[in-house]
Design a protein around this ligand. Sequence first.
Ligand code: FUL
Length: 490
Amino acid sequence: MKRIVFSFLHFFIFSLFIAAQKNAPKPIGPLPSPQQVEWQKMETYAFIHYGLNTFTDKEWGYGDADPKTFNPSRMDVEQWVRTFKQAGMKGVIIVAKHHDGFAMWPSPLTEYNITKSSYDGPKNKDGKVDVLAELRKACDKYGLKMGIYLSPWDRNHAEYGRQAYVDYYHKQLEQLTTEYGSLFEVWLDGANGGDGYYGGARETRKIDRRNYYNFPKIHSIIQTNQPQAIIFSDGGPGCRWVGNERGEAGIPNWSFLKKDEVYPGMPNSEVLGSGFPDGDIWVAAECDVSIRPGWFYHPEEDSKVKTPEQLVDIYYKSVGRNATFLLNFPVDREGRVNAIDSTNAVRFRQIIDAEFKKNLLRKAKVTASSERGKSFRAKKLNDGKWDTYWSTPDGTTTGSVTFTFRKPTRVNRLLLQEYIPLGQRVKSFAAEALIDGKWTPIDPGESFGNIGYKRILRFATIQASALRINILDSRGPVCISSIEAYCAPE
Ligand code: FUL
């Protein structure tokens, strides 16, 4: 009997689900893949630049530094990952090979690798030092995801500029995508060609940025071996560069690009900050920025580490503008995340946690100008669930929602999220607050722009008895999964 009741309940819930799906708004492309949605939910993750440059005080090694120069005194990969965990990072992308061609893992394809360095750390299963294997282990221990950066440009390799190097690069990628477990992102930077050591030739080599590396082949290696991995480059296909290294996404920020229009190292990269409103592929923006002026460690930059407050500001300009925040840590010459960097990064997270401690709209009464039906009511906006959403009927591309507090409440942050599996829709919106009985526009000091996965607005503290969000234009019926408000400590 118990079983019958149970399966009846299941059937009932399932029927409700089907009924809800039936009335659901039709998706409006371009759409993200489920992997892209999962990736964007990570929001903040770390980047590591560490290698010969750390010891030669360079940003771009020429490719001729002696591997023995790599000589950390107290290296501790677990310390990196522990720090990232405390700083709320959900993953870490390591530079496996920068432009100087030095491989941080025991690549059998080149002598220019970590086993030829002065590093005498833990050994991998083959008895060799292997920074990537160490990182894998630490990531698994602390529950962080791992990604890799493999520079296409290689200033060490004698064959760079010719087909033999491209084959070599593909083989390196094949190895990295099969031997280090699951990767959440593969980073293909856009710096390309120029002068280098090139096996002793010491010359300038130019390549055709669009075609030389055989990107279709690169993508197929990654997609075959790591189907969940997001491929980063200036133009995706998984996620895109935001067009600057300040950690700032544009307003508005569309998660769309036009197919084949953007390629690594292209000029006019500033257009990447806002994406293309009429794009035809989903390629959301990632904001890469270093906690120091340089990507690699330089002792003289110890006094220039970004403060917790600066990192908080970057969070609002990246995650708060529908992008992800990739924060670089230049590991120092000891082989650690420097104490100044780790202190500031952890403090950054504490501030963010304090600012988003209590969603003030959770218990507010919510009404909307229109609702699509039972499953898409405005109350889905503050039910605490990401995959339920408020939606308007077909043909209704504007609307407003009002949240009424039980008593006047102090507010200075507004957070909105669209249900992106059905597309990014809202083109413009604004917000008002009911202050002393009068609807007053909220002024975030910047344009509201659009929404996407997440949009956060900061404004001076107001005491409001209600908040009203006005959707002014949308590419179709709106699908908003949550609206939240906070009062960050001042
Ligand atoms: C760029 C590189 O040239 C920089 O050195 C750094 O790695 C940055 C993240 O990407 O393309």
